[in-house]
Structures are given as structure tokens and as C-alpha cells.
Ligand binder design. Structure first.
Ligand code: SF4
Ligand code: SF4
Ligand code: SF4
Length: 232
């Protein structure tokens, strides 16, 4: 078979700023041949000067902040930045630690936020497609997810009594509940997808959807009112 030369090459440069490696493994999975049906070829750049897209995983701390800045200063001006995983987006599991210097967008303007702990390869690829391909011609179909996969939350308004127990129990302070206004929202950029909120809800008003495709160009857009506002 002759080599398909029509594929556009996308050069990514990966910076790991001290995450747990969970997101790095998912990034590696996203560039494996399993996804070779995509219309672009992902090439991993050895040097920041070659970067078309910089993918940052992990947590910015006082020890690595200057190194990250130095690397970023070497990248071309037109490169895009993707923040992969909640360590970089909000601090994630490191939020509030003594050496927290992030999030990433305190250092550099981010073009795409992909929440998760870890991120999903399919979300990385779909977000990359939206970023580099104006026609967004590459959209992966739903991946095969495990039975207990936790994607974006469902929140069932009709069941919610706005007691606030989910917010009080959340280890990452990701949920906001306004009892007066009857409003509920979760910051997907902070969520650890631990499932605690679902467990503690006395009325079964929270569950987890299969929506893996969580990515946004604006940080504020990661606030979600829940995927499903109808009754179960
Ligand atoms: S977001 Fe979660 S999985 Fe990703 S590097 Fe941080 S702790 Fe690890
Ligand atoms: S714990 Fe359940 S009922 Fe209470 S505010 Fe949260 S979602 Fe609503
Ligand atoms: S799954 Fe629920 S409790 Fe756990 S971090 Fe996310 S919002 Fe908080």
C-alpha cells in the first residue's frame, strides 16, 4: 500500500509540569495507531521551536514555573496551547498545596482546556481537531467506555432539594449550590471525578453521564449545570 501523503501533519510539543503521569499516558494513547483514521498525523516535536501545538500536563509549581516559561519562550508565536487535565487547569489534586504557582493560564494564554483526571484520548483528539482544522472534519465516534465511567455530571433539577450536601462533600470544592435561586453547577475544571457527590446526594439528583467530550476554549465555559436537567 502506498503511503497516504494527504494527511496533514500536526507537530505537538509536550511539557509535563509534575502531574501524576495519568494524563501523559492518555496523551500517548491518543497518538497511537489505534486512531490512525484521523485526517492528520500527530508528530511529537523534540524541540519547542518546532511546536504547532503545545500540550501541557501537570501542575505548575514554584519549582517548575521558570522552566516552563523558558520553554514557552522558545515556541513559535503562532503556536496554540492546550491544557490537558485538571492539575494544570485549576491545580486539581494539588490545589491549595504549599508550592502551587498555577494554574497554567496564569503563565500563558490557553487556547483549549480539556478537563479530566485524567483526560480521555478521544477528548484530546477532538479538541485538537477543533483547534487545528477549521472545518473540524475529524470527530471520533463514542469510544467504548467502562461500565462505571464518570463523564460530565447529570443533574436532575426536579429531584434536587438544593441541600448543598454535594458541595460540602466535594474534595475539590467544584460544586456551587444556591438554595435561594435553586441553582446548581459544577466546575469541570476542578472536578476529580471521584463520585462522592453522587454518593452523598439524598435524592439521587446526581449521576454521571458518558459524555467524554469535555473541552472548551474558555476557562469559564467549564462550568456545567449538568448534562441532563430532566427527571430520571
Ligand atoms: S489531572 Fe489527574 S491524572 Fe492528570 S496529571 Fe493531574 S492528577 Fe494525574
Ligand atoms: S446533594 Fe443532591 S439534592 Fe442536595 S444540592 Fe446536591 S444535587 Fe441537590
Ligand atoms: S465527582 Fe463530585 S464530589 Fe468528586 S470532585 Fe467532582 S464534583 Fe466533587
Amino acid at each position: 500500500m502506498p503511503e497516504d501523503t494527504s494527511k496533514r501533519e500536526v507537530w505537538i510539543y509536550h511539557i509535563n509540569t509534575s502531574g501524576c503521569n495519568g494524563c501523559d499516558i492518555e496523551l500517548l494513547a491518543s497518538i497511537l495507531e489505534k486512531y490512525d483514521s484521523r485526517p492528520f498525523d500527530i508528530k511529537v516535536a523534540n524541540y519547542p521551536e518546532e511546536a504547532e501545538v503545545v500540550m501541557i500536563t501537570g501542575h505548575i509549581n514554584w519549582n517548575n514555573m521558570n522552566a516552563v516559561k523558558e520553554e514557552m519562550n522558545k515556541t513559535p508565536k503562532h503556536r496554540k496551547i492546550m491544557a490537558l487535565g485538571n492539575c494544570g487547569i485549576s491545580g486539581g489534586v494539588f490545589k491549595g498545596s504549599y508550592n502551587e504557582a498555577g494554574p497554567i493560564d496564569k503563565l500563558e494564554e490557553v487556547d483549549m482546556y480539556i478537563p479530566g483526571c485524567p483526560v480521555k484520548p478521544e477528548a484530546i483528539l477532538n479538541a485538537l481537531s477543533e483547534l487545528v482544522d477549521p472545518e473540524n472534519s475529524f470527530k471520533l465516534r463514542e469510544p467504548k467506555l467502562s461500565e462505571n465511567y464518570r463523564g460530565e455530571h447529570n443533574h436532575y433539577q426536579e429531584k434536587c432539594i438544593y441541600c448543598g450536601e454535594c458541595a460540602r462533600s466535594c474534595p475539590s470544592n467544584a460544586i456551587k449550590v444556591d438554595r435561594e435561586k435553586k441553582e446548581w453547577a459544577v466546575d469541570l475544571g476542578k472536578c476529580l471525578f471521584c463520585g462522592r457527590c453522587e454518593e452523598v446526594c439524598p435524592t439521587d439528583a446526581i449521576s454521571f453521564s458518558n459524555n467524554f467530550d469535555m473541552y472548551k476554549k474558555e476557562r469559564e465555559a467549564l462550568w456545567s449545570k449538568g448534562k441532563n436537567n430532566e427527571s430520571k
